[in-house]
Design a protein around this ligand. Structure first.
Ligand SMILES: Nc1ncnc2c1ncn2[C@@H]1O[C@H](COP(=O)(O)OP(=O)(O)OP(=O)(O)O)[C@@H](O)[C@H]1O
Length: 456
């Protein structure tokens, strides 16, 4: 970033010219340009000076005329008039009516006054930059919340991290269960960053067969393998100047991990069948629902690549931890769906809301979207969305339960504890619900107690 403070000195008196240049250049941040005519100064206004010190009597035109033309070019450039004589009337006129920043007579204290003006102008610029930065942040927030819906504290944390991500080029790793919006977040970071004019390229590493993944990512040269009849660019090259979103990074095999590490470290790739390194300039965003740390421990993911990719980590909370965001999202999906299908906007009834809130959404926002779309189809327009219109069809919860692969005895304990919790430790009721004897429950609790005592 250019941090210099550009000052134009318009002065035809050689002594003053030298003196001004000398003391202004004492500050190494100052970039001083000196002109001995008004025309020469006007000619260089495209350099965007931060301040112009203008002698009132120049050989080619009056100071007033130069001032007018400077203000015509850009009324925000501060112009300080330096005059040989004190003329209060002219000073007032120039400052009040013509937009001069100050009027200084070339007397003993003129240097101190000019320095003071410079200080104030710099403070104003700093302040303006601060306001601009705040404005950018507000705009960014607004943009995020347009594409990534959420107001819960858990999502506010996500927004704060996204704000940090958009300001830099740092690698971002997004972790979250399926359907939590990892791709939405990645896209929103891209479109709010300075790379927004480049492409957002998403590659789902889990969806591409392993033997095709390398050529998909790095491209290939003509004749690299049977079927490679022309040269083809890979996703790394296609995302140049933009963002490369590597989804399901945990699915990549160890062989390709080594090549990915090399590419990311060197910032260049080699096409399959090629030799020449090709530089790329893309921000990398990765996403995974797996715990990559655990994958490293299990030897399925390279530790060096893991640290390379970690960057700024965004943990996307599951929908069940986002409280009332479920209504915000549901309403937004309803609005979108009604608009697309030319329907009038449907509202959620209280019962429907309670039903949504009581459900754990193992498929997260993607599942909510499907549930809401179906509800909109089922609902009667005059009644809005009723509880009965909301139908959950997820099988994932049971799946997750079974993939734990416990023993039958362990499953039995899990189920009994679940019911005990639900019925506030009412053993008789639980026995009744599960159709087992009370003694089975008491025996299990006793066994568990003994196990704990033995362990302790
Ligand atoms: N906060 C959100 N606001 C609006 N829509 C969202 C939000 N989160 C997710 N969605 C929507 O939910 C669906 C799933 O989102 P997305 O594909 O980004 O999830 P994901 O975490 O990348 O899924 P996967 O783990 O399967 O790759 C999309 O239709 C997306 O538009």
């Amino acid at each position: 970033m250019d941090t210099s403070f550009r000052i134009f000195v318009v002065e035809d008196d050689p002594t003053y010219m030298r003196m001004l240049r000398y003391f202004l250049e004492l500050n190494p941040d100052h970039e001083v340009h000196v002109f001995d005519t008004g025309a020469a100064c006007l000619d260089k206004l495209n350099l965007n000076p931060h301040l112009i010190s203008l002698d009132y009597s120049l050989p080619d035109m009056t100071g007033e005329e130069v001032l007018e033309r400077i203000k015509h070019y850009d009324q925000n450039i501060p112009v300080v008039i330096l005059s040989g004589q004190q003329d209060v009337e002219t000073a007032v006129k120039l400052i009040r009516n013509e937009g001069a920043y100050d009027y200084i007579t070339k007397s003993e204290d003129f240097r101190a006054r000019l320095e003071n003006d410079i200080k104030q102008i710099k403070q104003k610029i700093d302040l303006e930059e601060e306001v601009d930065q705040l404005r950018r942040e507000v705009v960014a927030k607004y943009e995020f919340s347009k594409s990534v819906i959420g107001a819960s504290p858990a999502m506010q944390r996500v927004f704060r991290l996204m704000e940090k991500a958009v300001r830099t080029n740092i690698t971002v790793s997004i972790h979250g269960e399926t359907g939590t919006g990892k791709e939405v977040v990645a896209k929103s970071i891209h479109y709010n960053s300075t790379r927004r004019d480049g492409s957002f390229v998403a590659v789902n590493m889990g969806a591409i067969p392993r033997d095709l993944l390398e050529s998909e990512l790095f491209g290939y040269e003509k004749g690299a393998f049977t079927g490679a009849v022309t040269r083809k660019k890979g996703q790394f090259e296609l995302s140049d100047k933009g963002t490369l979103f590597l989804d399901e990074i945990g699915e990549v095999g160890l062989n390709l991990q080594a090549k990915l590490l090399r590419a990311i470290q060197e910032r260049e790739i080699v096409r399959v069948g090629g030799e020449e390194p090709i530089p790329f300039d893309a921000r990398i965003i990765i996403a995974t629902h797996k715990d990559l740390g655990e994958e490293v421990k299990a030897g399925r993911f390279r530790e060096d690549l893991y640290y390379r990719l970690l960057g700024l980590t965004i943990e996307l909370p599951p929908l069940r931890d986002r409280g009332n965001d479920v209504f915000l999202l549901a309403n937004s999906f309803l609005k979108e769906f009604s608009k697309q299908n030319g329907l009038s906007s449907l509202l959620l009834t209280k019962e429907a809301k309670n039903k949504l809130l009581g459900y754990s959404f193992p498929g997260n926002v993607r599942e909510l979207r499907a549930v809401i779309e179906l509800a909109a189809v089922m609902a009667d327009e005059s009644e809005g969305i009723l509880a009965d219109d909301i139908q959950f069809r997820s099988i994932r919860k049971e799946d997750a339960f079974l993939t734990e692969e416990l023993t039958l005895e362990e499953y039995k304990r899990l189920i009994i504890h679940h019911f005990l919790k639900k019925y506030e430790n009412d053993v008789i009721k639980v026995a009744e619900k599960l159709d087992i004897g009370k003694s089975t429950i008491y025996r299990m609790l006793k066994e568990e107690k003994e196990e704990v005592e033995q362990a302790g």
